[in-house]
Design a protein around this ligand. Structure first.
Ligand code: 5GP
Ligand code: MN
Length: 342
């Protein structure tokens, strides 16, 4: 049976479902949860959407967003079905899932690094986004695409393709987008919420990140650090700052951008790699215990942010055989990041 058929078999009769997605959810993750909610709504099933991390503020316009619950330690009755969306590994859902009894695990994702942790897996790395897969699911299930569902699906495809600019932008996703606009998604309004409603603090944080960006033109690398202090000074939550991840790669001549982000809990650092697919950053992230796509991947290290920069930057130079005329402080403090697995 094809992936979509197996998934629909598992979902169609379920009376109670738990839906979740990866930690620090992005546009595709949030939109996919809401899209599945809209798809299953007419079936009368009881659906709980529970996430361990808050979603970025700009997504509050999405229809049905109030249905997403931030896990707060509540106990839940067992769920016969858990649906994991846009999530490459079970532990990326967060540890709350381990505290809830779940039956069949349904895993719907487009990450090539997905480890097939579900009982039912539908992994399509050719899809631009999980949103694209949910559109296929809606069609398979014969669910009509109303404006709410169209808005969610369009947002997932839009954000995961970097506004139709990344290498995963295909004729297929443009066809889907076109159809979703016909079904009631409003591209101008969605883009206004996402890209033209920024707080001044967010813009100032962006300015600071750019000012403090390290660029090694010789080696075609750029990296930046986002600390809690920077976010606090700007009055921006770390969740709302996640889209700044694209800044290092936006420099002309740079083919690998890295963002180091301090966690709320001390002693942990998130590393995000971005490229145009060459170098393949999913390989780098996997070697450090993470995963992702060839052009966007990440990992979490059990290290303070300064230490993570000092370890990872020279390791990347070494790993990619890049040379720099001007060694950075991080390179002078060179240490091999052994045992970085998070
Ligand atoms: P981001 O850098 O935006 O957090 O993540 C980029 C991509 O890499 C996403 O598709 C995400 O799923 C994947 N990714 C990020 N961090 C991790 C991680 O710690 N483990 C795994 N397996 N994948 C990650
Ligand atoms: Mn995605």
């Amino acid at each position: 049976m094809h992936g979509v058929e197996r998934v629909w078999e598992a979902l169609r009769g379920a009376r109670r479902l738990l839906v979740s997605t990866h930690l620090n959810p992005d546009g595709d993750a949030i939109s996919s949860e809401l899209a599945l909610d809209w798809i299953l709504r007419s079936s009368g099933a009881e659906i709980s959407i529970v996430n361990q991390s808050p979603y970025p503020d700009p997504y509050r316009f999405l229809p049905g967003i109030e249905r997403i619950h931030l896990y707060n330690g509540d106990s839940y009755a067992p769920f016969p079905v858990l649906v994991a969306l846009d999530c490459g590994r079970k532990n990326r859902l967060g540890d709350f899932v381990g505290r809830i009894e779940c039956g069949t695990v349904v895993n719907i994702d487009h990450h090539i690094s997905n480890d097939q942790f579900g009982d039912v897996n539908w992994i399509d790395p050719k899809a631009s986004s999980t949103g694209e897969l949910l559109l296929e699911l809606a069609d398979h299930a014969g669910v009509p695409i109303g404006p709410e569902l169209a808005t969610c699906l369009y947002t997932g495809i839009l954000t995961d393709t970097g506004n139709f600019t990344f290498a995963n932008t295909s004729p297929r996703c443009h066809r889907h987008a076109s159809r979703l606009i016909e079904c009631g998604a409003d591209p101008a309004e969605i883009s206004r919420y996402l890209y033209r409603s920024r707080s001044v603090g967010k813009l100032r944080l962006q300015a600071r990140l750019i000012t403090e960006l390290h660029v090694d033109e010789e080696a075609s690398l750029a990296w930046a650090t986002l600390t809690r202090e920077m976010c606090d000074d700007a009055g921006v939550s770390i969740t709302d700052a996640l889209d700044l991840v694209t800044i290092p790669l936006s420099v002309d001549g740079v083919d690998l951008g890295i963002l180091f982000r301090e966690f709320d809990e001390p002693g942990k650092t998130k590393v995000s790699f971005r490229s145009e697919g060459d170098p393949d950053v999913s390989i780098l992230a996997r070697e450090l215990g993470g995963g992702g796509h060839p052009s966007a991947a990440g990992c979490t290290l059990e290290m303070e942010t300064d230490d993570a920069v000092a370890a990872v930057v020279p390791w990347v130079y070494d790993r990619l055989g890049r040379r720099s005329r001007k060694p950075t402080l991080a390179m002078l403090r060179m240490r091999h990041p052994k045992g970085l697995e998070a």
